[in-house]
Write a protein of this length. Structure first.
Length: 345
């Protein structure tokens, strides 16, 4: 039995309890599920939005949210087969099956190492890239990195950097040598608290400043780590002029990942204001359309309680925004690359 706070909300929310589940294992946030409304012909796709484990009762509370394609069929089935109580909440019998996990961020690095996508670069004798060896050494437990690189030149005693205006000494001068090497991929592994975030941010910033023809791409295995890396980049006082862009998926925002001033959705929202004089008429219209749809989507992400009491017309606006906004965002991103091409992503 699942409780529906409001059959008129967007998205549809199903709340239920799992008894005898000793942990939230497998019931991960944003994992897709297939839900059948008993006695109906509707099987809808919903995603796990919230889980909470009560250790004392050995019960896990779960909340599912409907996807854009399953919203209308689920709403009709709930209205037909559900039972509405005096508190205006609806209860409905359901069967839930965990769907196949989507490919997450972590397997990507293993796939990069496995498929040798940079093999063409490594075969160029005139450009001694070390990409595959670096990826294998970091993400393939059976690989070993041969130490055949030429020795680094003698480094300066200490490399200094200003963070929020204060002079810091985060690392030895070996870092400055790394950014001059012909290594398209640099992986950093170090213990917690050793300053690897500052070192990585400094390398990315100096690379971006020295080479205007290429974009420096930084990645981490968690959204929180990417946010921390971005904030560190923004704190480097000597590199405030570099345009930085952080991509963060809506699913990560729903999970509560930290936001930064250079997140993609924030940058796109500011384009019309910051570059008003440089915009063409059709670009201004495209940005306005994207901003309107994005405002609705962000309301459902950051303030989901506001979508519980929507009129039919308002719900239709949310559905249309979720369906059409990706195309509008794609056009807005193209405008961004013309007006504000990022140097670090």
């Amino acid at each position: 039995m699942a409780t529906v706070p409001s059959p008129h909300a967007h998205p549809i929310r199903l709340r239920f309890e799992l008894e005898g589940i000793t942990s939230k294992t497998r019931w991960n946030l944003q994992r897709p599920t297939d839900v059948w409304i008993l006695d109906s012909e509707v099987v809808g796709r919903l995603t796990i939005s919230r889980t909470s484990f009560d250790f004392a009762r050995r019960i896990t509370d779960v909340e599912l949210h409907s996807t854009i394609n399953s919203h209308r069929p689920l709403r009709r089935a709930i209205q037909e087969f559900g039972q509405t109580g005096p508190d205006d909440r609806t209860q409905v019998d359901i069967c839930v099956r965990l769907a196949t996990l989507p490919t997450g961020a972590d397997p990507v690095f293993a796939l990069l190492a496995e498929h040798q996508i940079f093999a063409g670069l490594d075969e160029d004798v005139h450009t001694p890239w070390r990409t595959n060896q670096i990826l294998d050494a970091v993400y393939d437990p059976e690989a070993h990195l041969a130490s055949s690189l030429p020795a680094l030149p003698p480094p300066p005693p200490v490399l200094s950097v200003r963070v929020h205006g204060d002079l810091r000494h985060p690392c030895a001068g070996h870092t400055s040598g790394l950014r001059n090497r012909q290594n398209p991929v640099l992986a950093i592994q170090a213990a917690f608290g050793t300053g690897k975030t500052v070192v990585g941010a400094l390398i990315a910033a100096t690379l971006a400043e020295a080479d205007e023809e290429h974009v420096v791409v930084d990645a981490a295995t968690t959204n929180a780590a990417v946010a921390q890396f971005t904030e560190t980049l923004l704190s480097l006082s000597d590199f405030q002029h570099l345009p930085i862009l952080r991509f963060v998926a809506d699913s990560a925002l729903r999970e509560g990942t930290p936001v930064t001033p250079v997140d993609l959705h924030t940058i796109l929202r500011r384009l019309a204001r910051d570059y008003q004089a440089q915009l063409r008429d059709y670009e201004a219209k495209a940005l306005t359309k994207d901003a309107r749809g994005r405002e609705l989507i962000e309301t459902s992400i950051f303030h989901p309680e506001r979508t519980l009491t929507l009129s039919e017309a308002e719900r239709d606006k949310y559905v249309i925004a979720e369906r059409e906004n990706p195309l509008a965002t794609e056009k807005a991103v193209g405008i961004m690359f013309r007006l504000r091409p990022p140097r670090i992503v």
